[in-house]
Design a protein around this ligand. Structure first.
Ligand code: FMN
Length: 210
């Protein structure tokens, strides 16, 4: 099932300088759902297509775009809970599975990370790491260059989302301390995809986050 997302709001309420100044990791969330419009903006900020040649909001080495988003939706207005793939070309979502239990999500984190089970959404950033390594194997250090590119792209993507979450007054934390095998199982990744980062997002416990 494919669901079109509303067009992202590309104006925003706060300046980039203000978002940069006030960005912080927030690990507690209220039970209120986030608007679909917010999800639209967050996913667009991560991998939205912005130009007629298919290029996106986040830079990518050689324009290869090895990153993909698999989104776990718990509380988004007008969206059935479940696991969705973001399709950047059409700015839409494809339902790919059922929501894992809170207990299962908790088991993904290294140590106790309840925010993995409590956030309104978890954006899973996944990559064709081996494919990128092969693509750049002529660039030294052999086998390493492609990996470095993917890690850098993941950092750029996650900072984009973090800054847009700040603009939307949503709480956000980047979780990179997770068990790769568990994350691969829980997000039901195909063998060529590896989990790179998880972004937990939701309304903070209070509207004021400064
Ligand atoms: C590469 C990386 C991995 C991180 N992994 C986790 C994590 O697994 N769990 C978590 O709660 N926070 C994680 N964080 C968030 C950091 O704990 C947080 O950024 C740091 O404490 C600074 O706080 P601030 O983001 O509020 O400025 C990670 C941050 C980075 C950059």
């Amino acid at each position: 099932m494919i669901l079109d997302l509303p067009a992202p709001d590309t104006q925003g309420d706060h300046s980039l300088v203000e978002c940069t100044r006030t960005r912080q990791s927030i690990r507690e969330y209220s039970d209120s759902p986030i608007p679909l419009q917010h999800l639209s903006r967050l996913l667009w900020s991560a991998q939205g297509v912005t130009r007629s040649d298919g290029k996106r909001t986040t830079p990518s080495a050689g324009g290869l775009y090895p990153l993909q988003l698999r989104v776990l939706v718990r509380r988004v207005e007008g969206l059935e809970p479940g696991v969705y793939d973001y399709l950047g070309d059409s700015h839409s979502l494809r339902l790919v599975g059922r929501l894992p239990s809170d207990e299962t999500m908790q088991s993904v984190g290294i140590g106790d990370q309840p925010w993995l089970a409590e956030s309104a959404i978890v954006i899973g950033v996944v990559a064709d790491l081996a494919g990128t390594v092969r693509h750049f194997e002529s660039q030294p250090p052999v086998g390493e260059r492609g990996k470095r590119y993917v890690y850098m792209e993941t950092g750029a993507l996650t900072q984009n989302v973090h800054l847009h979450a700040t603009d939307l007054e949503l709480g956000c934390v980047l979780v990179a301390g997770f068990d790769n095998t568990r994350a691969t199982e829980v997000f039901k990744l195909s063998p060529k995809l590896e989990p790179m980062a998880l972004l937990c997002l939701g309304h903070g416990p209070s509207k004021c986050q400064e």
